[in-house]
Ligand binder design. Structure first.
Ligand SMILES: Nc1ncnc2c1ncn2[C@@H]1O[C@H](COP(=O)(O)OP(=O)(O)OP(=O)(O)O)[C@@H](O)[C@H]1O
Ligand SMILES: [Mg+2]
Length: 508
């Protein structure tokens, strides 16, 4: 067969310019019929923008696009939809006040004799949800769903449109390990059905599990396309970052200080039970377990976001009375939340303001807002995490997904009264180069004597960075491992139901 015939989609010489940024510079891409193709690259490399060019959300300044060998020009997303291209974007674009069914069939409702067939659509939507093994209903309101469930809704929507090309922009970033497995199954099935898939992810695991080829973008440019089987991890990272990365986990030996933070007997019915843990000054404590084990829920109660039924929190030996998030923050317990889109940022505000939001009182301590200090401080913090942006004044909404995450990290670091920092999945959605920078920041914080709790499902970073690792299972601490004894097997054992029972709740 002629290779050109084998291509379902081809783009050439695509250039896309935003005010002040060339987001794509003469990039190319080829998608074969029936292949799963990964698109990778650092935060801000242009991946999401490229997807939006394909789906007609953005109009490229230059370049051509061919579908089944014929040149096409999409004026908007509907054109792409009609041409058989379905996309699930990095941030859910659903309508929160509408039902799952309404969201799924938005724009292609089933109409008979001029009447919208709600019952039929509800049934079809439910069938789609069932095929995805979803744990919510077609009649649920989307706004009440978790991020993962909203993502699932968008995937169901893509499936409902009978598309030939599916584009998934970081679909696993919001998913639990279980849900990711489910998604892998769905993508496998799409491939078996002869569909073509473009898949963006920062997780190498996703690429190895799903893709046969990978295309890398760097700094808005096309770097290359490789067979997944034919390229080493190190070479792929080099293609993405432009340099070699050695020593991903720069963990230094630090003399640990006194206990700085302790939680005792934390319980919340239905979520977690009798959780105790402690952290010493300069210590990085990993908190892991299968997603759904109650890690985030526990920490949310510790930080006053939800009300626990029982439990005590001690900071530097003194018991705290945390009733609301501000209480925790004022005491110096800083939470870097997992769902940063929703909880972390005001998208319409400039980056700088977002970073200094928690310290506005401090900046205005002489009765006027010290704008110079604010600018300097936010700039410094944003540079520390290597945020790719033009100025501190551009709205957070104009940043790439991963760079938005970095702004939230910068914001947490701006808080001068910080004593303990709790990071929930701190490197989720963040590229490999920036991951290492975040680990370096964690190391610096530890050196300065802060206590650090890192919630993470990523085994390598838990093992690479933690002094001690608490493992949770079914809402309880199933064990605590010292750095010297922590291995992937031990963690898995403690995470799984059938594993040994561990030494529940041991503290150092
Ligand atoms: N609507 C917009 N307005 C202005 N600039 C934008 C807009 N969308 C994206 N950009 C800029 O274009 C560049 C590429 O962003 P894009 O979102 O495509 O990156 P990405 O590769 O998807 O990154 P990530 O892995 O962080 O999601 C970035 O510099 C970003 O700030
Ligand atoms: Mg993106």
């Amino acid at each position: 067969m002629n290779v050109a015939e084998d291509l379902i989609l081809e783009l050439k010489g695509i250039t896309k310019i935003f005010p002040g940024v060339k987001a794509l510079n003469n990039v190319q891409f080829q998608l074969r019929r029936g292949e799963v193709h990964a698109l990778m690259g650092e935060n801000g490399a242009g991946k999401s923008t490229f997807i939006k060019v394909i789906t007609g959300v953005h109009n490229a300044e230059e370049g051509q696009m061919y579908l089944n060998g014929k040149e096409v020009h999409f004026k908007g997303p509907l054109d792409a939809q009609e041409a058989g291209i379905a996309a699930v974007y990095q941030h859910p674009t659903s309508y929160p006040e509408l039902s799952v069914t309404e969201n799924i069939f938005m724009g292609h409702e089933t109409v008979k004799g001029g009447i919208i067939q709600w019952r039929e659509m509800n049934e079809k939507a439910q069938e789609l949800l069932d095929s995805l093994d979803a744990d919510f209903k077609a009649t649920d309101e989307v706004g009440a769903l978790s991020v993962a469930q909203q993502q699932m809704t968008e995937i169901a929507k893509a499936l409902s449109s009978n598309a030939q090309i599916f584009i998934l922009d970081e679909p696993t970033a919001a998913l639990t390990a279980n849900e990711s497995e489910k998604l892998y199954g769905i993508v496998d099935k799409l491939r078996e059905d002869g569909k073509s898939v473009i898949f963006i992810s920062h997780r190498f695991e996703d690429m190895y599990r799903l893709a046969s080829r990978v295309t890398v973008f760097r700094d808005s440019q096309y770097i290359g396309t490789y067979d997944v089987d034919g390229i080493s991890n190190a070479d792929l990272i080099k293609a993405m970052v432009g340099r070699e990365i050695t020593d991903m986990y720069p963990k230094e030996k630090i003399e640990l200080g006194k206990e700085i933070f302790r939680i005792e007997g934390m319980s919340r019915t239905g979520f977690f039970k009798d959780v105790s843990l402690n952290v010493r000054a300069g210590e990085i404590v990993g908190l892991t377990g299968l997603v759904g084990a109650g890690r985030t829920e526990t920490i949310e109660s510790v930080c006053g976001i939800t009300k626990p039924d029982a439990g005590k929190v001690y900071l530097e030996g003194k018991e705290l009375n945390i009733k609301k998030p501000e209480d925790a923050m004022k005491a110096g317990i800083i939470l870097l939340p997992e769902d940063r889109q929703k909880q972390g940022l005001i998208l319409s505000w400039g980056l700088g303001r977002n970073v200094t939001l928690p310290i506005q009182d401090e900046l205005a301590s002489n009765g006027f807002n010290d704008e110079k200090k604010e600018r300097e401080l936010s700039k410094e913090r944003l540079e520390e995490v290597d945020t790719k942006a033009v100025t501190i004044f551009q709205p957070a909404s104009s940043l790439s997904g991963g760079n938005q995450q970095k702004v939230v990290v910068a914001k947490a670091l701006a808080q001068s009264n910080m004593k303990v920092v709790i990071m929930d999945e701190p490197t989720k959605g963040i590229d490999v180069g920036a991951k290492k920078e975040i680990y370096e920041i964690m190391g610096q914080l530890a050196k300065k004597g802060y206590g650090i709790i890192m919630i993470s499902s990523e085994m390598p970073e838990i093992i690479g960075m933690s002094d001690r690792v608490y493992v949770m299972r079914n809402g309880r601490v199933s064990g605590c491992l010292d750095r010297s004894e922590v291995t992937q097997e031990r963690i898995l054992e403690l995470s799984m139901e059938q594993g040994s029972s561990g030494n529940g709740g041991k503290t150092a």
